[in-house]
Structures are given as structure tokens and as C-alpha cells.
Design a protein around this ligand. Structure first.
Ligand SMILES: Nc1ncnc2c1ncn2[C@@H]1O[C@H](COP(=O)(O)OP(=O)(O)OP(=O)(O)O)[C@@H](O)[C@H]1O
Length: 289
């Protein structure tokens, strides 16, 4: 029998839930001869510490956390060819939901250790790797408030959202430069979307595919509750008065004043320029038994 070398990366605080029951289930699942290294994130110098782990060759990296933790692992492993198994345990889990990964811990562990894998694209944004959806404007403002707020988890996000929605500094004037064209569009938020839906399940980018070698620029022009409900129902075309969609491989977005910016649910800082380019087939994720 082949001995597997596994690295388990756990974010102890994501999604406000205890991860130890997951660890126990994983230990029950793997063979007793398998090597299992465990790293618990501390939120301070995780990237440097994880890079040390990747001096060793692993057969699979298992991640218990949200999108931010998957992104951390992807950055630490750089171009190492090992595939990642995701056990979703964040407040929103956008990437896992986009990939159709199971929500129940038992099924997620089976898939995370399974043999069916899928390659996905990444997007470099000002040199930082994003895997899911990053944005400038309203959603980044919400994430900033959430990170500064007292509550975590979905309820925390909702509670922190309310004041921000009324105090948002937008709309913003976005200048979007692609190879052949420069456009100026006013909106409350501009997203760089590598996939279809937000972690909440809202389908904001109906044509988005996480492995097609392109990403979409989405400019949301206004807060329109009817259109937001359509995104939750996944059915209808979204109106161009609500969102404008531009497929790109490379783009430069500038604003007249600094705008809050987030990558995969992690607040970065306010910026007035984002240069983004696709990184095709960047990561391999376990998606089936
Ligand atoms: N031990 C820790 N203490 C405090 N913060 C931590 C710790 N470990 C990781 N973090 C922080 O957790 C964040 C990443 O969380 P992650 O995105 O995985 O989960 P989440 O925010 O709950 O979920 P989601 O991104 O799906 O909404 C990073 O900002 C990281 O710095």
C-alpha cells in the first residue's frame, strides 16, 4: 500500500466554528501509515511559515477554512504541482460553492481525499493571487467593516452590512483599460470575477467559468433590490442598467480617488489602480471521489 504524505491546514477562527471535530474525522479517514502534518494558521505570519512546509513534497494538501485560507495555501505552494482538497469552513465559502463541493463535513472529506481533480484559473491583482471574486467599492467596504467588527460568521456579516450600505462613499468613476479599448463607467462597485457566484450563492456572473482562461469585469451601477433577487434565483438575465459585464484576460482599472479593495474576501486597502491578469490553470483542486 502506498503511503500518502498529507498536509492539513486549519484556520481555527474561520466561520466561527470549532474545527477539531473535522480533524478527528480526517484522522479516522486516512490510513494509519499515512504521514499527516498539521498547520494551524495564526493570522500573522502564516505565509512565511507555510512556505517552509512546502520545502517538503506532499501528495495532497487539505484545507479547513474559507476562501482566504485556500488563497493563503495557493500562495505558499507557489507552482508546486500538489492538488488541494477543500473542506469548506468559512463564513461564505465562495470557491467551494462555485466548484459544487459538498457542504457536509463527511462528504467534503471524502471528496478532498478523492482522485477526481480539476484545474482552475487564478487572477493576479496588483501582484496578489485571487481565485474567486475580488472587488473595488461597496463589497470591499462591507468586508472592511466586517473585519473591524465584533461578530464573525454570516450573521456578523449581515449585522455589519447595515450601516455600511447607508454610508458608502460611492458611486465611483471607473476607467477600464483593455488592450483595444478604454471605457469609463460609473458604479457602486467593480468586481474581478473568476467564477459565477458570490459565497452567498448569488449568481452575479452567469457566463463565468473558473477554468476558461478569462475573467470578467462586472460593474454594478446601482443597488437594485429586484436585480439582486434575480441573482439569488439564478434564472433571469441581469439588466445592463444594473451590471455591465466585460470579459478580459488582462485589464487596468483606475479611479479618481482611492477605493476600498478586497481579494477573495480579504480586505487589502484603498487603491486607485488595479492591474489584473489571468493565470490560466493555476491550481488543481480535488472535486470528486
Ligand atoms: N488564528 C487566527 N486568529 C485570527 N485570525 C486568523 C487566524 N488564522 C487565520 N486568520 C485570518 O482568517 C482570515 C481568513 O479566513 P477565511 O477566509 O479562511 O475564512 P472566513 O473569512 O470565515 O471565510 P470566507 O472567506 O469564506 O468568508 C485571514 O484574514 C487570516 O488572517
Amino acid at each position: 500500500m502506498q503511503i500518502m504524505k498529507l498536509l492539513l491546514v486549519i484556520n481555527p477562527i474561520s466561520g466561527d466554528q470549532d474545527k477539531e471535530p473535522f480533524v478527528k474525522k480526517i484522522k479516522d479517514h486516512v490510513n494509519s501509515q499515512d504521514e499527516l502534518d498539521i498547520f494551524r494558521t495564526n493570522g500573522e505570519n502564516d505565509l512565511e511559515q507555510l512556505r517552509e512546509y512546502f520545502r517538503k513534497k506532499y501528495d495532497r494538501v487539505l484545507v479547513i477554512g474559507g476562501d482566504g485560507t485556500v488563497k493563503l495555501v495557493a500562495e505558499a505552494m507557489d507552482d508546486s504541482p500538489v492538488s488541494i482538497g477543500i473542506i469548506p469552513a468559512g463564513s461564505a465559502n465562495g470557491l467551494a460553492s462555485d466548484l459544487g463541493l459538498p457542504e457536509s463535513p463527511e462528504d467534503a472529506i471524502t471528496v478532498a481525499l478523492g482522485s477526481e481533480t480539476r484545474k482552475i484559473d487564478g487572477v493576479y491583482l496588483n501582484g496578489e493571487l485571487g481565485l474567486h471574486i475580488s472587488d473595488l467599492g461597496l463589497n470591499a467596504e462591507l468586508i472592511k467593516e466586517y473585519e473591524n467588527g465584533f461578530f464573525r460568521g454570516k450573521l456578523g456579516y449581515a449585522l455589519n452590512s447595515i450601516p455600511t450600505l447607508f454610508q458608502s462613499e460611492g458611486p465611483y468613476d471607473f476607467t477600464i483599460q483593455t488592450k483595444n479599448r478604454t471605457r469609463k463607467i460609473r458604479g457602486i462597485m467593480l468586481a474581478f470575477a473568476n467564477s459565477k457566484k458570490f459565497g452567498t450563492g448569488a449568481v452575479v456572473n452567469p457566463d463565468g467559468k473558473i477554468d476558461d482562461g478569462i475573467f470578467e469585469i462586472l460593474v454594478f451601477k446601482k443597488l437594485d433590490f429586484i436585480e439582486i433577487i434575480k441573482t439569488l434565483q439564478h434564472t433571469e438575465q441581469l439588466s445592463r442598467d444594473f451590471v455591465e459585464i466585460i470579459p478580459v484576460k488582462e485589464v487596468r482599472v483606475t479611479t479618481t480617488k482611492p477605493v476600498d479593495f478586497q481579494v477573495d474576501g480579504e480586505y487589502c486597502q484603498a487603491v486607485s489602480e488595479v492591474r489584473a491578469r489571468i493565470a490560466p490553470q493555476k491550481l488543481e483542486i480535488a472535486v470528486g471521489k
